[in-house]
Design a protein around this ligand. Structure first.
Ligand code: GUN
Length: 286
């Protein structure tokens, strides 16, 4: 078997077109356009690239967007005050604080400061809690983007076995909640999991979100499984590597995401969708 490629770039392009069309209707109706504020702290080159991409996406669909680029020495209090100001800014529907943050900043407290109705990353405890209670509102972007990919290929979800490798707050944990809500039986593997391969081999859907190039070999994959690679590691040659041994796994899986061009563009489309959703709520449309 040779897997079909899940082309995140192509799917995201179609979905951006749908958002742009909706915003044209908003403009004609004289509505305020959705606004996204991104806070970038310090000069991490990867973060700068990600933030530029988010800005470009906003421009392409017609969102209002601002970027506050702060010094790596910014204090916790200053950062929290900026978030408070954005919470009160009626032109801003979504607030995203790019991570990683410098060591001296307490990231949990920063996320706690964001108004849950503007938490377009879906990282706030309130939004994670709503997802856990089967009342999703603003959903974490990478898991939401992966659900959009799986829905795109008509994944049946109910009763499927899913294995998630990695239990981070931003990806692994909310991914498990998404798949559980969709009707899957979910196993989440983490650094203390024994015999990971035995668990992954049972899965119809495998999602790896570790950041270890080549972690997942073909021998771990059940024939016909759907394989989603969230891992993205930049090698010395500046090339990007996923967690999955793509060339070998594509001969076993039914569908597989490439790196780059699989999950990454879907995370970005989920951010745009969340910002539009927050704007709808703020304008009394939902
Ligand atoms: N750093 C890398 N990806 C992301 C993301 O999706 N959101 C935030 N806030 N920071 C990130």
């Amino acid at each position: 078997m040779s897997a079909q490629i899940l082309d995140g770039n192509a799917i995201a392009k179609t979905l951006r077109g749908e958002i742009r069309a909706e915003l044209e209707r908003w403009s004609s109706a004289g509505r305020r356009l959705p606004g996204l504020a991104v806070i970038l702290v310090g000069n991490d080159p990867a973060s700068e690239i990600y933030v530029k991409g988010k800005r470009r996406d906003c421009d392409e669909v017609g969102f209002h967007s601002i970027v506050q680029h702060l010094s790596a020495n910014v204090s916790q209090a200053d950062l929290e005050a900026r978030i408070a100001a954005l919470n009160d800014d009626a032109t801003i529907d979504g607030i995203l604080v790019q991570t990683p943050l410098p060591e001296h900043i307490d990231e949990d407290r920063i996320i706690d400061c964001i108004d849950p109705a503007k938490d377009v990353d879906g990282f706030h405890a309130y939004n994670i809690g709503l997802l856990a209670l089967r009342r999703p509102a603003l959903r974490s972007c990478t898991p939401k983007g992966i659900m959009l990919l799986l829905e795109h290929i008509g994944c049946a979800f109910n009763g499927m076995d899913a294995a998630i490798i990695g239990a981070s707050n931003h990806v692994g944990r909310p991914m498990g909640l998404e798949l559980l809500l969709a009707g899957c039986t979910v196993t989440t593997a983490h650094k203390f999991t024994r015999n990971i391969e035995d668990k992954v081999k049972l899965a119809d859907i495998v999602i790896s979100a570790v950041g270890k190039p080549g972690l997942v070999p073909a021998a771990w994959i059940k024939p016909g499984a759907i394989v989603i690679d969230v891992g993205i590691t930049r090698g010395e040659n500046n090339k990007l590597y996923g967690d999955v041994q793509f060339e070998a796994v594509k001969d076993v899986a039914s569908w597989i995401t490439p790196v780059p061009g699989g999950v990454g563009p879907m995370t970005r489309i989920a951010l745009l969708q969340n910002t539009l959703q927050a704007a709808r709520v703020h304008q009394g449309l939902l």
